[in-house]
Ligand binder design. Structure first.
Ligand SMILES: NC(=O)c1ccc[n+]([C@@H]2O[C@H](COP(=O)([O-])OP(=O)(O)OC[C@H]3O[C@@H](n4cnc5c(N)ncnc54)[C@H](OP(=O)(O)O)[C@@H]3O)[C@@H](O)[C@H]2O)c1
Length: 267
């Protein structure tokens, strides 16, 4: 980035997977990056491997703790002055049939995947308002537009995120902040190993999964040319449309595609 000032980004969940790949991509494009996650050691590992490592920032913070988040954002304000890009990426899955779910784990999942996203939106608004061509990217999932058996809680959390994106992009139009939702497909990260899976349900086959660098590229492209919603899987986009227009057909297609004994409803 010669000539222009470096863009200033905050990436949540930057210690692993898609967030780590995004921090790498942005740093390689000349951004200054604030990396946020709970694990300080992992954040330092990622930051130490970035170009111009001293320009970036590690923020050790549990996003479910509003006071800790406010403090982390104060550090960003002191170091960066403002933010041009916020990537709301941190999140986790929950592999369980609804009747097997534990209330505490349900709440934790919704707290991180939904409530913490709302808190970060609220608390980062003043920093984004001071930014240049500000953008917020919400890292959602293809299952946010089509519920999926065995992942009902996770899918519901991402559906909430998609709804939030639709509302927020109109609310923040007056601030000229672009809000973009990215519907990510199956991606090779520690996500599946990290999710609670009390009954050891089989996880997805990651053979054809995307590389996190592909998602990072899409996030960077959204910052350059914001769009309301981008899908990283055309097939799932069709399935989501079918789910609105012909839900019985979509249920049959999904149950067949998933295998594993799932059956489409017959009544
Ligand atoms: N992988 C996929 O196939 C896939 C598909 C669609 C969408 N997505 C979405 O992509 C996003 C990133 O997932 P990933 O695949 O990269 O998973 P991942 O490798 O498990 O990374 C999750 C990140 O979130 C952070 N995190 C978890 N709990 C946190 C908390 N309470 N406070 C702060 N940070 C927290 C983790 O760091 P710490 O543990 O150090 O806090 C980690 O950096 C998620 O929103 C996920 O839903 C993933």
């Amino acid at each position: 980035m010669t000539g222009a000032a470096a863009r200033r980004a905050l990436v949540t969940g930057a210690s692993s997977g898609i967030g780590e790949a995004t921090a790498r991509k942005l740093a390689s494009e000349g951004y200054r990056v604030a990396l946020l996650a709970r694990s300080g050691a992992e954040l330092d590992r990622v930051r130490a491997s970035l170009p111009r490592k001293d320009e970036h920032l590690s923020l050790v913070c549990d996003l479910r703790d509003d006071a800790a988040l406010a403090k982390a954002l104060e550090t960003v304000r002191e170091r960066f002055g403002a933010l041009d890009l916020v990537v709301q990426n941190a999140g986790r899955g929950y592999l369980a049939r609804v009747e097997q779910t534990e209330p505490a784990l349900v709440r934790e999942t919704l707290e991180l995947n939904v409530a913490a996203v709302i808190s970060l939106a609220r608390l980062s608004l003043p920093l984004l308002r001071g930014g240049v061509d500000p953008v917020m990217v919400l890292v959602s999932s293809i299952v946010g537009r089509r519920g999926i058996p065995g992942q009902a809680v996770y899918a519901a959390s991402k559906a909430a995120l998609n709804s939030l994106g639709e509302a927020l992009r109109i609310e923040w139009a007056e601030h000229r902040i672009a809000v973009c939702t990215l519907d990510v497909g199956l991606t090779r990260t520690p996500f599946f190993a990290n999710q609670p899976n009390p009954s050891a349900l089989p996880g997805p086959n990651l053979a054809g999964a995307d590389d996190p660098a592909r998602v990072a590229q899409a996030i960077w492209e959204l910052d350059r040319a914001p769009q309301p919603e981008v899908w990283l899987s055309a097939k799932w986009r069709l399935l989501a449309i079918a789910s609105l227009l012909a839900p019985r057909l979509a249920d049959r297609l999904l149950a067949r595609r998933m295998g594993g004994g799932w059956r489409a409803p017959t009544r």
